[in-house]
Design a protein around this ligand. Structure first.
Ligand code: C2E
Ligand code: SIN
Ligand code: SIN
Ligand code: FE
Ligand code: FE
Length: 435
């Protein structure tokens, strides 16, 4: 019987459910059964950093190790990613423990244990690092032990392979502890268990890496498409950057989940894509708009929503909601649907605060930048009129972070000139072509 009755039947999504420290004394077949469950749980973790942490933690628990390190293959090098050492963490805390480890990059060669393991694809079980066989091409570096006062003894190093067989990284665990907490060599069973675990871990890492790559290329595509509208708008790319960071800050401040925050952050740059459909003479008008021009201008919300609607990509769907609702006002006097209060989708209410703050605090083709105190006064004055009051409060509470974003994405005169010359260049070309 598998000794995890209370967890039986749950979908395997969170590893906390498995008290794997207890695997140490179990018979092999039960350890194997546990391992299969861990493997299934690993497949469900898509966030790379989170996954790597879990892998090291589980590797240590499976074999009763005191420490662990994970390296990933990158550009034919091994890059140090995660390190754990429970004794040192207990003694000096995790932060200070990490100070001893620089984020190093080592070659895939026989100049190190991890490098050799990646090169040969074979597990290496070292009973005592201080008495390595004399024909080994490398020695244990005692420097770290000397500095930390920790004594490294036994070490088990295994490669992690991806679906197609290539090495994606190396997993290394340190000091197998016996019942009294004394370091002893890793057993042959540990070698077998860790190798089996590493096989699952490797595929999970590869999946997470592919996911991340895909996510990044999606994001880049979307960000560049938002830029198309932005060029026409004579706003610098800094506007959509700042605005999406402010949206992220508010979303975080009101306690949305990490995924929700990320989604809003990435959808926000698209809020004004509909301006692509607004004629230049209105979009670039230096002064105030006439009523008729204003009506045309306001159609950018519907145009944007139309461009983005119907997508089954969640971020794009959210962007379409944002495009449609970012000019609605809390008191129901906004456009295009005159929604009010919580009828306005949350992302639209967040974007309203972020967008107007940035519009006021920056220079536009039709207005100068306002000083910050005036902008904040305006936000406060518009609480419950234009804006969701809670979101204004949240924004003000996080004003320090807002200022940091502003400082990182300042508009310069160069930005304005670049965009102006680009658009005049484009229109010259259009004139030439027409002639
Ligand atoms: P935007 O420049 O990104 O401005 C976004 C929103 O910030 C505006 O939405 C408005 O709520 C707020 N805002 C911007 N400047 C001011 C200001 O000087 N005073 C106050 N009280 N609020 C301001 P709104 O009004 O719906 O405008 C949407 C878009 O229409 C603007 O985007 C801009 O592209 C254009 N627009 C608005 N007013 C004018 C204008 O007078 N001249 C021109 N050429 N374009 C305008
Ligand atoms: C970006 O770089 O794509 C925008 C957001 C940022 O500056 O972090
Ligand atoms: C990012 O910060 O993740 C890049 C793109 C963005 O700001 O939308
Ligand atoms: Fe807008
Ligand atoms: Fe905007």
């Amino acid at each position: 019987m598998i000794p995890m009755p209370s967890r039986h039947g749950y979908p395997c999504v969170a590893l906390e459910w498995y008290d794997l420290t207890s695997m140490r004394g179990l018979p092999l077949h039960e350890k194997l059964a546990g391992l299969v469950r861990i493997g299934i749980a690993l497949y469900s973790v898509r966030e790379l950093d989170e996954l790597l942490e879990m892998i090291v933690e589980e590797a240590m628990d499976i074999c009763g190790a005191d420490g662990g390190t994970l390296y990933l293959v990158r550009d034919s090098m091994l890059e140090f990613h995660i390190t754990r050492n429970r004794s040192l963490e207990k003694e000096i805390g995790r932060e200070r423990m990490l100070d001893f480890f620089e984020r190093l990059v080592i070659p895939i060669s026989t100049s190190s244990m991890a490098g050799t393991c990646a090169l040969t694809g074979k597990a290496m079980n070292i009973p005592d690092l201080y008495s390595l066989p004399s024909d080994f091409p490398f020695r244990h570096n005692p420097e770290l032990d000397r500095r930390t006062g920790y004594k490294s003894v036994s070490q088990l190093t295994v490669p992690m392979h991806g679906r197609t067989g290539g090495c994606v990284g190396v997993l290394q665990i340190l000091n197998s502890l016996d019942a009294e907490g004394k370091p002893v060599p890793f057993a042959p069973d540990d070698e077998m268990l860790l190798s089996a675990f590493a096989a699952q871990a490797g595929v999970s890492i590869q999946n997470a890496q592919l996911d991340e790559k895909l996510r990044r290329s999606h994001q880049e595509t979307l960000f560049r498409l938002s830029g198309a509208a932005e060029y026409r708008d004579k706003e610098t790319s800094n506007h959509i950057r700042r605005m999406s960071h402010y949206s992220r800050i508010i979303a975080t401040g009101i306690g949305l989940s990490r995924l929700e925050v990320a989604s809003i952050h990435h959808a926000a740059p698209m809020h004004d894509v509909g301006k692509i459909g607004i004629p230049d003479r209105i979009l670039h008008k230096p002064g105030p708009l006439t009523a008729e021009e204003r009506t045309i201008m306001e159609s950018h919300c519907l145009i944007g929503a139309r461009i983005l609607e119907g997508s089954d990509v969640p971020v794009v769907h959210q962007a379409s909601v944002l495009a449609l609702t970012h000019h609605e006002k809390w008191d129901g006097t906004g456009y295009p649907q005159r929604l009010s209060g919580r009828r306005i989708p949350l992302e639209g209410r967040i974007a309203a605060v972020a967008d107007v703050f940035d519009a006021l605090a920056s220079r536009r083709c039709y207005k100068e930048a306002w000083p910050e105190d005036k902008v904040l006064e305006y936000l406060i004055e518009q609480k419950g009129k234009h804006f969701d009051p809670d979101l204004v409060d949240c924004f003000l509470q996080n004003i320090e972070e807002v200022r940091r974003v502003q400082a990182q994405h300042l508009d310069t005169d160069d930005d304005f000139q670049k965009i102006e010359s680009l658009s005049s260049h484009l229109s010259d070309e259009a004139v030439d072509r027409a002639a």
